[in-house]
Each structure stands twice: as C-alpha cells, then as structure tokens.
Design a protein around this ligand. Sequence first.
Ligand code: SF4
Ligand code: SF4
Length: 186
Amino acid sequence: MADTLQWENTSLVREVERLSGTPVGACFQCHKCSTGCPVGPEMDLLSSQVMRMIHLGQEQELLESRGIWLCASCEACTTRCPMGIDVAAVMDTLRMMAVDRKAAIPDARGEKFNRSFLGSVRRHGRVFELGMLAFYKIRSGDLFSDVGKFPQMLAKGKISLLPKRSGAAKQVRDVFRRAEEEEKKR
Ligand code: SF4
Ligand code: SF4
C-alpha cells in the first residue's frame, strides 16, 4: 500500500484504507475514475469527489450521500485509476460504514437493492434475478413500478422463472461466512 501523504493523514483516510485495503491517500485528483463512471451523471458525488472528501475527513456528508448507493460496482473506476486505487472497493466500504453507523441514507432503495442482491447470491451462489427482484420489491414497497417490462424480459430470456444454482454455491456461502466472522472481529 502506498504511503499516505502527511496533509491527507486524517483518521478517516486511515479507516477507509484499513477496511478497503486500498491506498486512498495516494489519490492525486486526476478525475480519471469519475470521467469513466457510467452512473456519474446521476450521482450527487463523483468518485473523485468522494476520494477528496475522505482526505478531508467529511464522514457524515459521505455516509449520507446518494452516490455511494447508486454505484453499480462495475469497477470501471478501479481499472482507470493510474495510482492503482480500488475505487469500487472504497465505495463498497462507505456503504458498509453507512449501514454500520446507521447513517441517514437519503434514498433507502439503494440499500434495499444491495441487501436483496447479496441475499440472492448467498442463497444460490449467483444472482437469481426474479427472486432478488421479489425481495427488493417487498422491502422497498415499490411493487408495480416496472412490472410491464417483465413479459418482455422473460420472452428475451433475460430473466428465468427458476434459479440456476452455481456449482460454486458452497464456496460462495463460505465467503459470506468468513466475511461475517471478520465483521465480528472489527
Ligand atoms: S464502480 Fe461505482 S463509482 Fe466506480 S465506475 Fe462503477 S459505478 Fe462508478
Ligand atoms: S483515478 Fe485514482 S488518482 Fe485519479 S481521482 Fe480517481 S482515485 Fe484519484
């Protein structure tokens, strides 16, 4: 991990570096990550702004931002960063911190989608879209907003009625179990 610059050596930088395992303090604000972000236009904070706010210790603003929940974990930012910073892992870490600290999440749908997605992966070893959507809709109360798309997606084979279990389902469950054990140690 690269050394954190002295003027950026806030406790928030150290904490996010520890949790994400990536050298947040090495960011020099080139903006390559945010210019390649597919959901950037919808975000209240771009990934490069997120990095700067970590440097400045602006924890509450970060944990209460909408952008960290809009992040699709596509890793385009991570691939583009010239400093080798895993920006997607930083976004993931901030979501985890927001839940842990019971931050006021401005639009809770992102957090509900996240939980539904991970629950599906945990159960089946991969995402089962229909089951994941059912859990998300129950959690969010947003039952009917896009049901019209369902027949088309079914016809095009984009969604299946039954889950396809991954051959690595046991290993995936082990990953979740180990993550929970690590979580308890923190
Ligand atoms: S991982 Fe998140 S922040 Fe990074 S490019 Fe993808 S959507 Fe944007
Ligand atoms: S691409 Fe890397 S160095 Fe550039 S702003 Fe983003 S995180 Fe910082």
